[in-house]
Design a protein around this ligand. Sequence first.
Ligand code: AMP
Ligand code: ZN
Length: 128
Amino acid sequence: MEIGNSRFANTGGKLEIITMDCIFCKIINKEVPSEVVYEDDKIIAFKDINPKAPVHFLIVPKKHIVSVNHLEMQDKAIMADLVFVAQKISREKNLKGYKLVINVGSDGGQAIDHLHLHLLSGKPTELP
Ligand code: AMP
Ligand code: ZN
């Protein structure tokens, strides 16, 4: 169902709002191109367009969750999925070590209002 700028998804009898202006939802829906490094039915990971390190991926749940502050108990598994996808990518790319960063809210440096985990490796110049 679409109303104005929003689409509503019926997930298990619950209406979930998806803002269609969301750049990450557009990447998930392949309306905006990205360099995808991992994808399954729940998670997508792609290269950050403005990398802060030689390796900089964004690991994103396909469900539109605004931030860590908006997580509900039913989303618990999604957080674990994000971390396990980071582990999987790090193994595939033979990363010796890496940083995982989540910015929360504009005061926490979050620019895109769709939950995402930064995976940085190879001497990050700054935190995203
Ligand atoms: P944050 O500040 O934690 O919200 O991080 C948002 C990240 O998304 C930044 O590192 C941006 O460089 C990145 N970004 C923004 N637009 C795109 C895009 N179209 N494709 C890939 N990365 C993006
Ligand atoms: Zn979104």
